[in-house]
Design a protein around this ligand. Structure first.
Ligand code: TYC
Length: 102
C-alpha cells in the first residue's frame, strides 16, 4: 500500500471517528492528621458527591491509602487538584491530592 494511501486512510478515520481527549483520575491520598469530616466536606464541595458517596470514598482512602474522587479532562482535573490543595492548606491540613492519566 502506498504511503499516500495510508495517510488518506488515517485522515479519513480521524474525520469519521474523532479521538476522545485523554481523561485523568483525581485521587485523594491518606494521611494520619486530616479529620475525616474535612475530607467528606472536600468531596461534597469540590467533587459534587452526596454525603453517602463522600463518606464511602473517604473511608476507601482511609483504609486503602488512596481513592478516586472523579475522572475529568486534563484542565478540569488540574483545577480540582489545585482547589483541594489550596483549601486544605488554608485550613492547615496536610491532605494530598494528585491526578493520574486514566
Ligand atoms: N486517616 C485520616 C484520619 O484517620 C482520615 C483521612 C481520610 C485523611 C482520607 C485523608 O484523604 C484522606 N483522621
Amino acid at each position: 500500500m502506498s504511503t499516500q494511501h495510508k495517510d488518506d486512510a488515517l485522515l479519513e478515520a480521524s474525520r469519521v471517528r474523532p479521538t476522545l481527549p485523554p481523561l485523568y483520575k483525581v485521587l485523594l491520598l491518606n494521611d494520619d492528621f486530616t479529620p475525616m469530616e474535612f475530607v467528606v466536606d472536600i468531596l461534597q464541595r469540590f467533587f459534587r458527591k452526596d454525603r453517602e458517596q463522600a463518606t464511602r470514598i473517604m473511608l476507601q482512602v482511609h483504609t486503602h491509602g488512596h481513592g478516586v474522587c472523579g475522572v475529568y479532562t486534563k484542565d478540569v482535573a488540574a483545577t480540582k487538584v489545585e482547589q483541594v490543595l489550596h483549601y486544605a492548606k488554608a485550613h492547615q491540613h496536610p491532605l494530598q491530592c494528585v491526578m493520574e492519566e486514566n
